[in-house]
Structure formats: C-alpha cells, structure tokens
Design a protein. Structure first.
Length: 201
C-alpha cells in the first residue's frame, strides 16, 4: 500500500514538473510571437515603397499558407477528417474578409501614416470586438467591460498623442477600417465555430 502511495506521489511530482515545463514553453512562445509580431509594421513600412499593397499582402499570406499546409494535412489525417466544398467556400469567405479586405486596408494604412500609430490602433481591436459581440451576438456588456474599454481608448489616445504628432486622416481611417473588418472576421469565425459545435453535439 505504501509503495502504491509513493508511486502515486512520484507520478504527481512528474506531472507537476511537466506542467511547469509546458507553462514555461508557453510563455516563451508568447514572448517570441509578440516580438516577431511587433516587427510586422516596421517591416511592412520598409518594403511598402517596393511592393504595392495587393502584391505584399498576397506574398505574406501565400508563403504563410504554404508553410502551414503540411501541418494542416497532418492534423486532418490524424483526426481522420476531410475538407468539404462547403468548408472551402467558408474558408474562402473568411480569407476574403480577414486577409483581402482587412490586411489590405492595414497595409494601405501603414503606407499612409506612421507604423507605430497603425500598430496601436490595430491593438484596440477588443473595442470593436466587444461592440460587434453586442450587436451581432447579443452578448451583454457589463460595467467592467465598459470601464476596461474606456481605459483602452484613453490609453490609445495617449500613446498616439494626436495633439503633438501630425497624423494622416487617411491613414487613421484606413487603420480603423482594418481593425473593424478584422473584428468582423473574428466574429464570423466565432459564430461558425459555435454553430459547428452545436451541430456535432
């Protein structure tokens, strides 16, 4: 009996250590993703004069898509799943909203104003997500949500500092439009995912 208890304790210790390792790896991946993603606006700004927005957006996501295809195929085979024509149409529609429209507007915004301004405005995505959740999904907006959104808007304005920095109106409009369409893309994806889960259940 004591040996079983000892083995169980050792098992728990090993599980805790593995979870700690996974947590550390998770934090590392989050950190690396943040660093890499933070360079996106700068990189886009540097090459914006060489490539046009359509060419640049296509190249970015085409290369990214080619890189992810083997992982997607492996995951489908592992789960014994397949992609139907309806799924392909759905992915095409999502790509049209999230990549063609949103990322195109994003690239045009980078061309028309400072990369730092575009990055800050695009990071205010939760504001639009919350509003669209209320409009499209009828999700309740609680007092805490409102307070958080107010602080986020104030923080965005402080960081951009519109009183002391010359901003392009066109660039600001394009940035907001990119953020709004990206929020719409997220909601369409969320609604479809929830419906799929409901059907499977």
């Amino acid at each position: 009996m004591e040996k079983k208890v000892q083995k169980f304790v050792i098992f728990l210790i090993i599980v805790e250590k593995l979870e700690a390792i996974n947590m550390k790896e998770g934090y590392l991946y989050i950190f690396l993703t943040t660093i890499i993603f933070s360079t996106m606006e700068i990189a886009l700004k540097l090459v914006s004069g060489i490539f046009n927005p359509i060419q640049l957006t296509f190249t970015r996501f085409f290369i990214g898509g080619l890189f992810l295809v083997p992982f997607a195929v492996h995951a489908l085979k592992k789960k014994h799943s397949s992609v139907s024509k309806q799924d392909l149409l759905y992915f095409a529609f999502l790509g049209f909203i999230g990549i063609f429209i949103s990322m195109m507007l994003y690239q045009l915004a980078v061309q028309n104003t400072k990369a730092s301004v575009v990055a800050v405005l695009f990071s205010s995505n939760p504001v639009f997500v919350t509003i669209l959740a209320f409009v499209l999904l009828k999700e309740a907006i609680h007092k805490n949500n409102v307070i958080a959104l107010i602080f986020e808007v104030i923080g965005t304005i402080i960081i951009i500092n519109p009183l002391n920095v010359k901003l392009s109106v066109t660039g600001i409009i394009l940035s907001i439009a990119a953020t709004l369409t990206f929020a719409l893309y997220r909601h369409i994806r969320h609604i479809s995912f929830c419906r799929k889960l409901h059907i499977e259940q």
